[in-house]
Design a binder for this molecule. Structure first.
Ligand code: FES
Length: 107
């Protein structure tokens, strides 16, 4: 099963085994990672699932869609070049070992 590494704002790392097909947001919310809210349930409508993908791993992800791009402009924490919405990242075997940093706020 692919694993995803979440880095909390305090620097601590948490590794989750994520069933393929689940999103990075769904895995975090279901395991109680509090820095990801996922208020819209993964429908690209809220931006409360904002994460920072490790820059050297960005090219492993599919390109972002227009909705994601627009929503990230309204994210609570600063948008950076490596910002993504974690509900739009579906975990697959190819993403094993993905590292995402969690922002210090989502609202
Ligand atoms: S959960 Fe709402 S945009 Fe990702």
């Amino acid at each position: 099963m692919p694993s995803v590494i979440y880095i909390h704002p305090n620097g601590s790392r948490q590794t989750l085994d994520v069933p393929a097909g689940q999103s990075v947001m769904q895995a975090a919310v279901s395991r109680g990672i509090e820095e990801i809210l996922g208020e819209c349930g993964g429908n690209a409508m809220c931006a409360t699932c904002h994460v920072y993908v490790e820059p050297d791993q960005l090219d492993r992800l599919p390109p972002m869609g227009d909705d994601e791009d627009a929503l990230l402009d309204g994210a609570a924490a600063d948008r950076l070049p490596n910002s993504r919405l974690s509900c739009q990242i579906k975990v697959t075997g190819e993403l094993d070992g993905l590292v995402v940093r969690l922002p210090d706020r989502q609202v």
